[in-house]
Design a protein around this ligand. Sequence first.
Ligand code: MCF
Ligand code: ZN
Length: 328
Amino acid sequence: MNVSQLAKVELHLHLEGAAPAAFIRQLAHEKNVDISGIFTPDGGYDFENFIEFLAVYEAATQVLQSPEDFQRLTTAVLAECMANDVVYVESFLSPEFCGGGDLSAWREYLHAIREAAAQAERQHGIIMRGIPTCIRHLGPERAKATARCAAETAGDWIVGFGMGGDEMQGRQGDFAYSFDMAHEAGLHLTSHAGEWGGAASVWQAIEDLRVVRIGHGVQAIEDPALVTELVAREIVLEVCPGSNVALGVAKTLATHPIRALREAGVKVTVSTDDPPFFSTTMRQEYQSLAEAYDWTADDFRDLNATAAAAAFCDEATRGRVLEKLELP
Ligand code: MCF
Ligand code: ZN
């Protein structure tokens, strides 16, 4: 069997960022919203760099206006996950795009997302869990409303709290209040760091926010003391190689830090981030890694074992995931 067809766990997937461009174009058509400027002539998302990516992402979310839109989105995204043999996926959800941080609106959006997830699980067995995520460039005050939404809905489905967005703005520690609130509600913590903000940003995330996973984290390779610390603390990196190459964090897969980090003993996992934006899929990621590094099925089973162990779900769910992966 080709390694790209192995059963997979994906820990780093933004729900809106996983929306196929055709899905967003269709919603724009239905709602009469003109966002034609965000698409390339051949129908993909059009951006040249990280800042443009964030702007195009946010423009695309304009057509996601109701719980029903998010229900359709979740169904479409899970279909794509299944087509890539993903058996368990944790998705970042944004209360900002689901009611603007209003708690009762968030509950309605969440209900719709969970309906779609429950139906996919009943019909096809795929398991999804949600991680509400604040948007760094909107600042610490807005993050508090997101954290409150997360804390109030924490449970067996909302399992974590995270932060994405423009890492060049502010410091990780500016968001400590929100991360503390989420932690007290029993949520597991992750934050995007070390994608643009260097090793210093990863240090801040582990020291100031008490995260147990890092989104990206690949720039940790610049600081040997940090690599040692990540190994000692068993911090898990949600690495998204295709995203990093598409946005210019790494020039090529051959020079991407994932291999060196893994060889240094850091716990790494593989995800797609925002697959249609970066013209990637989970199968494509596995295929590219296998070709670039000669990784075998055993390497990928090892990555999935790390991901399953690092999943924020409860132990009963983890057991089901391990069964699907055919891992002990
Ligand atoms: O991981 C990629 C690139 N780095 C940082 N942020 C994001 C990525 N994909 C989406 N985001 C951000 C973006 O600001 O996360 C937010 C978006 O608004 C959504 S979180 C559900
Ligand atoms: Zn991300």
